[in-house]
Design a protein around this ligand. Sequence first.
Ligand code: XIL
Length: 324
Amino acid sequence: PTAKAAPVRGVIPYGAAVRTDLLDTEFDYKAAIVDHCQLVVGEGGLKWFDLRPSEDQFVFDQPDRLIDFAHQNGMQMRGHTLAWYGAMPDWTQTIASPAQAERELVHHITTVVGRYQGRIPSWDVVNEAIAEHPERGATIRGSIWQERLGKRYIELALRTAADVDPSAQLVINDYNIENPTQQCRDRRQALLDLLRDLKDRDVPLHAVGIQGHLPGDMEIEKEGLSKFVEAVKEMQLEVLVTELDVIDNKLPAREYDRDQIVAARAGDFLKAISDVARPSAILTWGITDRYTWVPMWFKRDDGKPNRPLPLDAGCRPKALMKVI
Ligand code: XIL
């Protein structure tokens, strides 16, 4: 008999992004999360758009609900996210000066991280800080923070979070670093440059989150990804997989075939990382195909539903669940 490879699950904590609003109405959805996850993260809820309807308001209902749910069921909650160009409420456009931007960012992080101090063990402090430009490499992405403060906003966010919760794992989270395209190579390089600069100046930072929204029709550049993780490890940073799913809009229609390719792709991705460093966590961006962001951007031409996640729409495990 051939020895079965040791399952990674059980060793590395697994989690999923959760739509908190469904926990009270979708019983099988809630049960799937409780059954499979050691970690949860709000798919929204802690984003500026959800938390900050106006400058003087913080609406904590969703994250408060999710952290209660997590703790009642023996799970931990990750925080996503404190500084991102996306999901910003309109009023933030009125942040005019560098001084005001600094005040707003510090006030936000102090309030939010402070509320959950000691209870959210890991934060995506900065999300998607890298932008690529065809022909001229990758740079720090534009956002209200970058426009007002320059790349200094990244350091400011990290230092503020560390001051408020010194026990939290502080993460820089990014995407599109795993494929054999020039764009991904540029992004890996820009991200490593950013990390090295922060480490050189002793900015508090503990880990890199690799989102892992994998294009199903593209190979993983295993060597490039492993080298990236090697460089991260040399900087004494941990890695975690934060938003894994496989974008299947260009994959075969037949469900069985599609599910095999999805699982193989994720398997290659996780192996390229784990061969070098054991991730401190693996999270998928959703758990069931019933609720996924993928069709918002990557609908299939044949009208068939996407299947990017470990459980099918009926919450039954697919091949992907076996490789996590
Ligand atoms: C997405 C959510 O899944 C959507 O429901 C929301 O409308 C937009 O944001 N990378 C990230 C996540 O870091 O925050 C994004 O989540 C998906 C891509």
